[in-house]
Design a protein around this ligand. Structure first.
Ligand code: FES
Length: 89
């Protein structure tokens, strides 16, 4: 199981957490990995950025995720982390 948290603290919320939650859920459906990723909201992780939303993937924190770079983030960060979590299971 891969644990992914999206920050829904006020700073990230105004920068689009809600939209990114929907996008993340769509991607999980697209890749059929809804049962392999535990996707939850989190409070402020203390990494508020000027741009974008903060995600935590496993133990790593990623800042600055926006609707523009979301697809790249999912492909280059989430999918490899998912693959790794399956290998370790
Ligand atoms: S509100 Fe998201 S990191 Fe602070």
């Amino acid at each position: 199981m891969l644990y992914v948290k999206i920050c829904i603290g006020s700073s990230c919320y105004v920068k689009g957490s809600q939209t990114l939650i929907e996008k993340f859920q769509e991607k999980m459906k697209e890749y059929g990995c809804e049962k392999e990723i535990d996707f939850v909201g989190s409070f402020c992780t203390g990494k508020c950025n000027r741009v974008g939303v903060t995600f935590t993937v496993g133990n790593e924190i990623y800042t600055g995720i926006t609707t523009d770079n979301f697809n790249e983030f999912f492909t280059n960060t989430v999918l490899p982390a998912l693959k790794k979590s399956k290998q370790e299971a």
